[in-house]
Design a protein around this ligand. Structure first.
Ligand code: LFR
Length: 478
């Protein structure tokens, strides 16, 4: 048995998990969990990078001696370093308003169709490319010598080394998914200086060793290597989908729902662009062909507005509320920014001529029905666009704790749902480290180990597909 520390940073909390991997065993335990609270300052919404780093150090201390450390987090965001290597300001949060209207400016130089054909990345206002364009005239960018994506930034602080991990780099919209390296032509036309980025590294590559000061602060005995993992949390989570064979779809549920397929090659058609599917890069030459859906963010923001009531109670109320009475488009950008979520959901129902959910139970039901409907559309669209039929949908991530959402997803998709690990990202992170150290074989072997060692819950679709079709048609008519 060997122990690996997986640092997994989510939009609302970070955790350091310890995975113990043996020849045919895999156990995961939590060493430390800490809040990740975005901070609104006069210049906008920012991440508290130092608090995150402090949480990582506390976590490594709690984790104890490990064979290696891996870091994954949400995508697209970054820190800028000056010529002395100092962080220039607090990293900007992807929900910050600075990218409003920026994509149109980019498309005036490189039309959206061309951009998609070259990068395969869906339109989202927060793609790193748009963030960099929004920041073009800033003093910070003018003084920046280096850009490090969030996991690479933390890895740099731990080791002193710099790199740009590929799975996360693909979310910048500056990578060509066919060559799996920089989209040089696009960067040049849009005036993005690729020299800002440290050299690319692959999941499994060595990423340095903990600095002596870090060893001292955490009480660990050196040397402790840091291993590059699928540093985009979704890359790590998809690696930990407990799938057998190829005929499966996955939904990574958490703050976001990322729903789609694992492919061997990107789908770069105009139809795929119109359907807003992304081709993010995964382990071992795979492509994560998926759509971003607002996810449990909709519910988290409602809970925040309601003073954080008990989730179990809310779900019971939602279970008792009438099904599919009102649905909203869970892919709609109007839900991206924080604040006033119950009112925004009510407004969306009102303007689409549906009954306005009034109670907490009704609003929660509306959110869960809407998410299940969005899952249905994404799974169906992905199969059609990639010409790859599936027999089963795997759900991983925080949403696996929400049995109602899993059941509604099975009902909506008309397919069996198999719910895997809530901490899938951490498991994928651990397994890539274990593999780099020779303990596990390829992706199929990693998944085999997961199916043998992790509890799975199966949800069988309950009939009445017609009601979901009708709800879908209601949304499409908007
Ligand atoms: C999920 C995730 C998504 C990405 C979003 C923003 O945590 O990484 O994959 O689109 O956060 O970075």
């Amino acid at each position: 048995m060997r122990s690996y520390a997986a640092v997994d940073l989510g939009a609302s909390s970070g955790r350091v998990m310890v995975g113990r991997v043996g020849a045919d065993s895999l156990e995961l335990g939590e060493a430390h969990r800490f809040p990740n609270r975005p901070v609104r300052v006069p210049e906008g919404l920012r991440w508290d990078a130092l608090a995150l780093y402090a949480g990582v150090l506390d976590g490594l201390r709690a984790a104890g001696q490990v064979a290696s450390v891996g870091i994954d987090s949400w995508a697209v965001d970054y820190g800028l370093l000056d010529a002395d290597g100092a962080l220039l300001g607090n990293p900007v949060h992807y929900r910050d308003a600075r990218t409003e209207g920026v994509a149109e400016k980019v498309w005036a130089t490189v039309p959206a169709g061309e951009l998609y054909a070259a990068t395969g990345i869906q339109y989202a206002p927060f793609n790193t490319l748009y963030q960099l364009t929004a920041a073009r005239a800033s003093h910070q960018l003018a003084h920046a010598e280096r850009l490090l994506l969030i996991p690479d930034l933390l890895s740099h602080w731990l080791t002193g080394e710099q790199g740009t991990e590929l799975t996360n780099a693909s979310t910048t919209q500056l990578i060509d998914p066919r060559t799996r390296t920089w989209a040089y032509g696009i960067a040049e036309r849009l005036g993005v200086d690729l020299a800002l980025f440290a050299p690319l590294r692959q999941p499994g590559d060595p990423a340095g060793t903990l600095r002596p000061e870090v060893l001292e602060e955490t009480g660990l005995g050196g040397p402790v290597p840091v291993t590059a993992v699928g540093s985009h949390d979704t890359a790590s989570a998809v690696a930990a989908v407990p799938a057998i064979g190829e005929r499966f779809a996955y939904i990574c549920t958490g703050t976001w729902s990322l729903a789609g397929l694992e492919l061997a090659a990107p789908v770069l058609t105009e139809e795929s662009r119109a359907a807003n599917f992304s081709n993010e890069l995964g382990l071992d030459g795979t492509v994560r062909y998926l759509r971003n859906i607002m996810g449990l963010w909709l519910l988290q923001e409602c809970q925040r507005a309601w003073g954080e009531p008990d989730l179990g109670l809310l779900l019971r109320e939602a279970g008792a509320a009438p099904a599919l009475r009102s649905v909203v488009d869970a892919g709609d950008e109007v839900f991206l920014a924080p604040g006033r979520m119950p009112q925004r959901i009510a407004a969306a129902c009102r303007t689409s001529g549906q009954p306005v959910p009034a109670t907490r139970g009704e609003i929660t039901r509306c959110v869960l029905d809407s998410l299940a409907l969005a899952h249905r559309r994404a799974v169906a669209d992905a199969q059609r666009l990639a010409d790859r039929p599936v027999d089963v949908v795997y759900v991983v991530g925080g949403g696996t704790r929400n049995a109602l959402l899993c059941q509604l997803t099975a009902d909506a998709c008309g397919l069996p749902v198999v719910a895997g690990a809530a901490e899938a990202a951490a498991l994928g992170n651990v397994l890539v480290q274990a593999r780099a150290h020779g303990l596990v074989g390829d992706l199929a072997a990693m998944r085999g180990l997961l199916t043998r060692t992790q509890p799975l819950t199966r949800y069988t679709p309950r009939g009445d597909a017609a009601r979901w079709r009708a709800a879908e048609a209601r949304l499409a008519r908007r």
